[in-house]
Design a binder for this molecule. Sequence first.
Ligand code: F6R
Length: 366
Amino acid sequence: EKGGYDHFMLKEIFEQPNAIRDTYRGRLLVNEAIVKMAGVEDNMKKFLNAERIIVVACGTSWHAGLVSEYIFEEFARIPVEVEYASEFRYRNPIITEKDVVIAISQSGETADTMAAIKLAKSKGAFVFGVCNVVGSSISRETDAGAYTHAGPEIGVASTKAFTTQITVLTLIALRLARAKGTMSSSDYRLHLQELELIPEKVEKTLLSDDHVKEISAIYKDATNFLYLGRGFNFPVALEGALKLKEISYIHAEGYPAAEMKHGPIALIDEQMPVVVIATRKGHYEKVVSNIQEIKSRKGKIIAIVTEGDVSVKELADHVIEIPASEEALSPLLTTIPLQLLSYYIAVMRECNVDQPRNLAKSVTVE
Ligand code: F6R
């Protein structure tokens, strides 16, 4: 059932190329330059009249929501707020009929997300679901939705659900961008083509497996980790830190790279591994100077870079290369080595990777 892999988590990490293909199949029509999603098409008026989009979710799904904030705002110029479902539901939030609420949930059973949906509906908002489990409670409660089609995710640590959620949200953003005319047609087409190529690039990224394993062996006994990223990849830093915490029980924090100097830099010494997402275009020069700051404080740098990178290679202790892509799509690639890193560290620490202590696959209580 694990298809020759030692754990479901590893199997699911390696399933991502096909999972992403399954997510966009029949929806991403590159030759026709069309994005086709019934749930969006049927409610286009609601999306086009939306004064803002509010995303509600928990955990990893919340991180996918954060990535989508950058994508929706960049592509479709719709203001987005991303809320922890648990905070949103208890805050007497301001919601109107002009809001579109997007609820993201792998399991479709998360209690806080469900309560946030009910609250938004009671205020007249249109609620769109992005779920993986077909027929789940959230998929039934929402007004419309789009499934991720990632297939069953058994490992408690979410992996393919995350990348397929981002894929669905990117498709929606592209569809809305086309309808609103907020993206040039050449840019729009370029992103359709590049999105279609992502599964191949994920395959290529997965070839770093052995290299990530070697790095994991060096840092498996660390007691703290920092993860830094900017822009589209800031939420990936949060997600990388969450993965490490939940399966290896190492304390880890994700930060936007520029926030480092406002506090976390005080933590850096020769004991501190810092994972930095430093891909080309993503505020590259600024991230390079953040890396210099870490290096001068003797922090250990594990950098995720674009193939052919030169500057970061000179500074970092380790680099993991990913293929070049459009910046907005890069989270689908940068996330992969971070999943592998947390996986191998957890295995080397003899942790129960698929069923980490104190965690449940679906959180049906608040
Ligand atoms: C992290 C993880 C959790 C879930 C969260 C939301 O790896 O698995 O943080 O992402 O409990 O679950 P869903 O997406 O099912 O609502």
